[in-house]
Design a protein around this ligand. Structure first.
Ligand code: ADP
Length: 345
């Protein structure tokens, strides 16, 4: 019955019921003056029509309710955050309702899974934030308590402890700035301010600003060979942030006397930017999670270098906000290459 249309099912039921009634009449009605064949025929037609009418009205009532239910479920489903696809209805109302309920259940299941993931993400995020802030706060507390316990009068430590406390305050400011940037990027609060700008001039600006830090670690920063301007379309300030993060990382995780190379390539409508180093590299198993918030390969090395574990997450958000992509290739002990694209202008 499942695959029959409601109309065909009605006819079938009416036929079976009238056939049974006619058979009973045929068996119990004695032969007599009335023509039995005519009687049986009349009986069959009468019971067929009356059963059909009865079923038709019952069906009308049931299907009106089913239609109402179908519309309610559909509206409810389409109102959700991520409604599934629009279903193609068949002639069979029961099948339609079943499909609609299944699609709705599927949407709910996906939504529950998404919410569960968000909940895990939120808990992890809160845990990470408090963990990151705890270290500098405890450091400051330690220095202040020592100073209050008499250290303030001890010229051999008082200045030194204040400088260290200030460093911890700086660290907290860096963490909070990064957290603010990431939350603005994730909530879409941060509006890009796109313009046409020369990428080569921006490279020069960033390299000049980072050269001192690189030289301290014996690392050479090299620019692309292009001498002519290369114009791209994007938020200059945010793209500068991307370049700074990638170059700072290449210096932080580079080997002494190493090199960080900035290269550009033509990629159709886009320019592909590549920042490569010959530093410590990243093991293959870490690469898929590298752009996650707070993900660090070597936690102690990152903290020691003043890292927050948020840099690459910010970089990815900025590039994706430009509708472009970023990728990483790395070999442990050999080096790392980050490449991202920007629209030509
Ligand atoms: P962090 O503040 O720890 O540097 P990032 O989000 O910038 O955070 O980077 C995440 C992790 O990726 C770093 O902790 C480091 O382990 C790894 N990493 C990033 N860039 C490089 C690189 N150029 N070479 C090796 N490892 C890198």
């Amino acid at each position: 019955m499942k695959n029959f249309s409601p109309k065909f099912s009605l006819l079938l039921i009416a036929f079976v019921v009238s056939a049974c009634t006619t058979l009973v009449v045929y068996l119990i009605f004695p032969e007599g003056p009335v023509d039995k064949a005519l009687l049986v025929t009349i009986c069959f037609i009468a019971s067929f029509i009356s059963t059909l009418l009865l079923l038709f009205f019952v069906q009308l009532l049931v299907f009106r309710k089913l239609d109402h239910l179908l519309i309610t479920v559909k509206e409810f489903r389409l109102q959700s955050d991520k409604p599934g696809i629009e279903l193609k209805y068949k002639k069979n109302e029961i099948d339609n309702l079943e499909a609609e309920i299944l699609a709705w259940a599927d949407d709910r299941k996906n939504e529950i899974e998404r919410m569960k993931k968000l909940e895990v993400y939120r808990k992890e995020f809160l845990g990470n934030v408090s963990h990151e802030l705890k270290t500098p706060i405890f450091n400051i507390q330690g220095y202040v308590l020592t100073l209050l316990d008499g250290g303030l009068e001890d010229p051999s430590i008082n200045r030194n402890y204040l400088i260290r406390a200030e460093k911890s305050v700086d660290r907290m400011i860096t963490i909070i700035d990064d957290l603010e940037a990431i939350s603005q990027l994730e909530t879409g609060e941060l509006q890009l301010d796109p313009e046409r700008f020369d990428l080569i001039a921006l490279f020069k600006d960033v390299v000049d600003a980072q050269e001192m830090k690189a030289t301290e670690r014996g690392i050479v920063l090299t620019m692309p060979n292009e001498t002519k301007p290369v114009y791209v379309h994007g938020d200059r300030f945010r793209i500068r942030q991307v370049l700074v993060n990638l170059i700072v990382n290449s210096v932080k995780y580079g080997k002494p006397n190493g090199t960080t190379k900035i290269r550009i390539y033509n990629a159709g409508d886009n320019i592909s930017v590549e920042i490569s180093d010959n530093g410590i590299g990243i093991a293959k198993e870490h690469l898929p999670r590298l752009f996650e918030r707070f993900y660090r390969v070597d936690k102690s090395r990152s903290r020691e270098q003043g890292g927050t574990g948020l840099g690459l997450a910010i970089v990815k958000h900025i590039i994706e906000a430009h509708n472009q992509t970023i990728s990483v290739m790395s070999t442990q002990g050999v080096g790392t290459v980050f490449s991202f694209t920007l629209k030509k202008a």
